[in-house]
Design a binder for this molecule. Structure first.
Ligand code: NAD
Length: 498
């Protein structure tokens, strides 16, 4: 008899819950290829149980004073801070990313918790005195109710944290449906919320797949949906949730360009490009997947990238010597390998080939080595599709205006970066590109928590970006009160109904 299979459960009403347990999915260790646990997949009935608990909790949590809410948030902030290493270990074991990267992810999530700790300031309304004789007007914002978050595999702690600290600080209750590929981190986060004093039902975790998502989108008691994932799913979530009358923000995929001008510090730019392309095995929505060489810079840039890409150490994320871990599944590996092959067949130059990489001791792991392609053209499949793996495509353009046109012709608009020493070129670029987040000599321009995160075009469906001021606006709705308090006139005459 082998050891019993570990089951990863839901978190409903302040405790672990098995749910109906009718269906499960395997959770792999991407570094070995082995199945390490089974995650339970929620049925529509499980979704209803979590939402009902969240509805009941909303009644009290929405009335909790700002001081009470802030107290829980500060306690949660401290607990997450104290458990960074543990959370990083959980992330790395199921996602495969290296521990230093996983720690960075928790740190960036923590910044959103810290932002949400300032909720009393963020929810301050406006007040206009004496808008008419004896009349004042003022505004304030109220929470929406039960809000749902549906999140991708690539940041199992950070992306949910873009949502739940802000939603909960605003007085909502939150139901999280994390990725079924790396579900454990969300359960640990639920325990930390409970330890921080968050009442039962305010934060729930529903493990699951499309069945759970559809039940959340159709549930009449879910007021709003935040989604982060691939573009086709983001588009369909936006359409279905909007049709059901819900407020929705759905962040999608990306194709992020880094433009390198001849006046850039080439050495520094090459290092940044490599880290941005191959960090987390390219499985970041802000990863640089297209290097755009401007003018005469191409040959030298390509040679430097080629030489350094070959030195990247690929291995299990838990090994301190690894720079880059495996990709998430065997299917993802095969898809990425297929895209590299298509690029070669369509005429790109394969400068560094990561296909067929075998990591000694991890022969069955889902590894693809760093891959560099040169002379990529916009018509090639590898450029048109989001690769979401360790593949850097190099394209060549004549000048910064052609680079701007290239970026804008792409359907995605998540992030982009320019490397230059010219303020004039940088400014032309920042004003010209149709992209939500722009880095100037910064390769992965993920905004700080007190700004909002989000792309344009096919990288976001909906009106508001996540966290920062737009996150607060998304999770609340406004009221404006116009109040008349006429002066009471005292009289010695006997009161009458007039
Ligand atoms: P995905 O779209 O496959 O899954 C995202 C979520 O949707 C998961 O919770 C999953 O269970 C659920 N889901 C999957 N298929 C579904 C379906 N048919 N119906 C309903 N729900 C479904 O994405 P992924 O592979 O987990 O993550 C990678 C993608 O996420 C990439 O495209 C990446 O660019 C994107 N991403 C975007 C951002 C951003 O900020 N724009 C951030 C992180 C990741």
């Amino acid at each position: 008899m082998g050891s019993p299979v570990r089951i990863i459960e839901h978190w409903i009403d302040g405790r672990r819950a098995a749910g109906t347990g009718e269906r499960t999915a395997p959770v792999h260790d991407p570094a070995t290829g082995e199945i390490q646990a089974q995650v339970t997949l929620a049925s529509a009935g499980d979704v209803d149980a979590a939402v009902r608990s969240a509805v009941a909790a909303f009644e009290h949590w929405s009335q909790a004073s700002l001081s009470r809410r802030t107290g829980v948030l500060f306690a949660f902030r401290q607990l997450v801070h104290d458990h960074i290493d543990e959370l990083a270990g959980i992330i790395s074991a199921e996602h495969g990313k290296v521990l230093a990267d996983a720690r960075g992810e928790v740190q960036r999530g923590l910044e959103v918790v810290e932002f949400a700790c300032g909720i009393p300031q963020l929810l301050k309304g406006d007040y206009s005195d004496q808008i008419s004789t004896d009349v004042d007007a003022f505004s304030f914002r109220e929470p929406l109710g039960v809000v749902a978050g549906i999140t991708p595999f690539n940041f199992p702690v950070m992306v949910p944290m873009w949502m739940h600290p802000v939603a909960i600080a605003c007085g909502n209750t939150f139901v999280l449906k994390p990725s079924e590929r790396d579900p454990s981190a969300s359960l640990r986060i639920a325990e930390l919320w409970a330890e921080a004093g968050l009442p039962d039902g305010v934060f729930s975790v529903l493990q699951g797949d499309r069945t759970a998502v559809d039940a959340l989108l159709d549930h009449p008691d879910v007021a709003a949906v935040s989604f982060v994932g691939s573009t086709p799913i983001a588009r369909s979530i936006f359409e279905r949730a909007s049709r059901a009358g819900k407020r929705v923000q759905a962040l999608g995929g990306a194709k992020n360009h880094a433009v390198v001008l001849p006046d850039a510090d080439l050495d520094g730019a090459a290092d940044h490009l490599l880290a941005a392309a191959f960090g987390s095995a390219g499985e970041r929505c802000m990863a640089v997947s297209a290097a755009v060489a401007v003018g005469g810079v191409a040959a030298e840039l390509a040679a430097t990238i080629r030489d350094r890409a070959r030195t990247i150490v690929v291995g299990p994320g838990r090994d301190a010597t690894s720079d880059m871990g495996p990709v998430i599944t065997a299917a993802a590996r095969d898809r990425i390998v297929g895209l590299i092959t298509s690029a070669e067949e369509e005429g790109a130059e394969l400068v560094v080939d990561g296909r067929g990489l075998v990591v000694p001791g991890s022969e069955n792991g889902f590894f693809v080595g760093p891959t560099v392609l040169d002379h990529v053209r916009p018509s090639m499949t590898v450029y048109r599709e989001e690769v979401f793996g360790p593949v850097l495509s190099t394209l060549r353009v004549a000048d910064v205006d052609e680079a701007i046109r290239l970026v804008n012709a792409n359907p995605y608009g998540n992030g982009t970066a320019i490397f230059t020493s010219s303020g004039e070129a940088a400014r032309r670029f920042q004003r010209g590109v149709q992209v939500g987040m722009i880095g100037i000599n910064v390769p992965v321009p993920v905004p700080m928590a007190y700004y909002s995160f989000g792309g344009w075009k096919d990288s976001l469906f909906g009106d508001t970006h996540v966290h920062g001021p737009e996150g607060v606006a998304f999770y609340t709705r406004g009221k404006v009160v116009t109040a008349r308090w006429p002066r009471a006139v005292a009289s010695y005459a006997f009161p009458t109904s007039n």
